[in-house]
Design a protein around this ligand. Structure first.
Ligand SMILES: *Cc1c(COP(=O)(O)O)cnc(C)c1O
Length: 214
């Protein structure tokens, strides 16, 4: 049993309540990338069943044995040549960030007859080294995902710049979601998930605070 899991769960519930939201309004995505199984086991045994991974191959190696028991989310950049594997293995892909990927995902959804839930990643800080659609292009991109590619988008995801107050970035993501009719927001990590919940996060991606440093 994981003390860290209990602590993060209660901090999420407290932050939700402080924001006037139900305690269960925010889902915890436990980010297990790069963690050895002895760090993951206490969290899994504690009942956590939603996990986030950055890489398709690494996720398959780590989770193959428990695949049927968990919800698995891809939160790292997806190369188009891994799209087939990603559609087959993940329940949710949070990093839809360009048209070419939208096209390839649409083809895979058709071919496999199975559609992961999708989040569009927005590069709220417009950082050149970071993936994601820039905010000014988000509405057109979301419309293209839906219209041109027939994809159903569930929500938006962002990773704010490391050295800035994240709150304006979280609010920007919430604004883009609201005007596009999207109800889900994946935002907030170990250092800022309570701020994200105050800004409307419906899922938070927590790694090191749950499992220890990577
Ligand atoms: C690694 C990672 C996280 C978890 O970060 P922590 O600071 O360890 O909580 C969350 N989201 C994404 C996209 C990540 O790559």
């Amino acid at each position: 049993m994981s003390e860290a899991l209990i602590s993060i769960q209660s901090r999420i519930a407290a932050a939700a309540q402080a924001a006037g939201r139900p305690a269960d309004a925010v889902q915890l995505v436990a980010v297990s990338k790069l963690q050895p199984w002895d760090h993951i086991a206490p969290v899994f045994d504690g009942g956590q069943r939603v996990f986030g991974e950055n890489r398709v191959q690494e996720a398959k190696e780590r989770w193959r044995a428990h695949r049927g028991e968990i919800e698995l989310r891809l939160i790292g950049p997806l190369q188009t040549n891994k799209a087939r594997d990603a559609v087959a293995f993940f329940d949710v892909i949070e990093t839809l960030d360009r048209e070419k990927l939208a096209r390839v995902l649409a083809d895979e959804v058709q071919a496999q007859g199975e559609a992961p839930r999708l989040y569009v990643q927005v590069n709220t800080g417009e950082e050149p080294q970071k993936a994601g659609i820039i905010p000014a292009d988000a509405d057109v991109f979301i419309a293209a995902c839906r219209g041109t590619y027939g994809l159903s988008v569930e929500g938006l995801m962002c990773i704010p710049p490391a050295d800035e107050d994240p709150a304006p970035h979280f609010r920007l993501l919430a604004d883009i979601a609201a005007r596009n009719g999207l109800a889900r927001l994946s935002m907030g990590m170990s250092d800022d998930f309570e701020t994200a919940i105050a800004c409307g996060a419906t899922s938070v991606r927590v790694g090191s605070a749950l499992f220890g440093a990577r």
